[in-house]
Design a protein around this ligand. Structure first.
Ligand code: AHG
Ligand code: MN
Ligand code: MN
Ligand code: MN
Length: 336
């Protein structure tokens, strides 16, 4: 029986390898993992922990969403866990308008942490898998830290990951040399390496999109989905299956595990926004993870990780998953 490799041992061994993980980054990732463990405990308590439902004040976040109790709990856990360690200069979150700079009483580090503390909030009260998504950037040289420092393309990430709170609590992580998967061993209280070098099948017969928005989609998306729906009698020559969990972490985890394509495209409900999902702490980390597993992540017109952000909470149109299927979907956007 091979020894269980903990997240700590994995990170130490990766650090020894090619310095892909400097000590401060290793510390950061371990702290984030511990924070996800705390969030998992809160999530698993459900009604017994009084964590379900909307926040006391029914407060609204910068996105215009009514915050759930767990949105705020998860955000607070991540802030509290990360501000004293000396590895971070500042944090940004779906649930906070501006950045949270590490207080002066703590040393400032060289990294910036961004997160969606609780992804899939609409699934909290119906006991469906939810998660936490995080992205790590290097703070640009120079004194102090500002929101501008966060506005870096996804290709600049030094680490990205998510933790899915489902039947298992699983941490999925990349630091740029493939994607590894760690399952929480509740008896030990530690994340154990359960899969290295995940690889997404290049083709698929499964698409994920919220079909109720069909009448609002752009023509290319309508044509692409319509051809999938025509099945083997149609131009695709194969039948497709459809899944939509409405927790990006769960849909992406399925795609990492067995392939698929996930779409949240622009639609005319909010014509001035490129899409619903947020670039900095949803599309960029998930896009990098998918690329590191051999998949692709596109807006339909360009690679998501190449986008130069202009605002912390900007939205983006997302098509990600099995490489050949993403390329096929993107081809519908190219004028013939
Ligand atoms: P969040 O809960 O962090 O606001 O994110 C929800 C996102 C994403 O997780 C999911 O894929 C999508 O919203 C679902 O959107 P619909 O409810 O419109 O299907
Ligand atoms: Mn939200
Ligand atoms: Mn989200
Ligand atoms: Mn969220």
């Amino acid at each position: 029986m091979s020894p269980k490799i903990s997240l700590t041992r994995y990170l130490v061994e990766e650090q020894r390898k090619d310095g892909a993980i400097p000590a401060q980054l290793r510390l950061l990732l371990e702290v984030v993992a511990r924070a996800c463990k705390s969030i998992s405990l809160a999530v698993n308590k459900g009604a017994l922990g009084g964590v379900l439902g909307v926040s006391e004040a029914s407060s609204e976040n910068i996105q215009g969403e009514i915050q759930k109790k767990l949105d705020i709990i998860a955000n607070d856990v991540l802030i509290e866990a990360n501000e004293w360690g000396g590895h971070l200069a500042a944090m940004a979150s779906e649930e906070m308008e501006g950045i949270h700079v590490v207080p002066n009483r703590y040393p400032q580090g060289e990294y910036l942490l961004l997160f969606d503390p609780l992804d899939g909030s609409s699934n909290i009260d119906v006991n469906v898998s939810i998660g936490t998504i995080f992205s790590v950037l290097k703070k640009p040289e120079g004194a102090g830290v500002s929101e501008q420092d966060f506005l870096q393309a996804g290709a600049k990430q030094v680490a990205a990951g998510y933790c899915i709170y489902g039947p298992q609590t699983t941490l999925v992580l990349t630091v740029g040399n493939g994607v590894s998967l760690f399952t929480l061993d509740r008896e030990q209280g530690s994340f154990v390496l359960t899969q290295r070098d995940l690889s997404i099948p290049e083709d698929t017969k499964e698409f994920a999109i919220n079909m109720s928005n069909m009448r609002h989609w752009d023509e290319p998306v309508k044509r692409y989905i319509d051809e999938c729906l025509q099945g083997k009698e149609g131009p695709r020559g194969k039948d497709f299956n459809m899944r939509w969990i409405a927790s990006m972490v769960a849909d992406v985890h399925r795609i990492l595990t067995r392939g698929g394509v996930f779409l949240y495209p622009w639609d005319k409900r909010e014509p001035n926004k490129p899409g619903k999902l947020r670039l900095m702490y949803e599309a960029n980390p998930m896009g990098w993870i998918v690329e590191q597993a051999g998949g692709a992540a596109s807006t339909g017109r360009e690679r998501i990780l190449d986008l130069q952000p202009k605002q912390l909470h900007e939205r983006v149109s997302v098509i990600l998953g099995s490489k050949n299927e993403v390329e096929r979907a993107a081809s519908y956007f190219t004028p013939v």
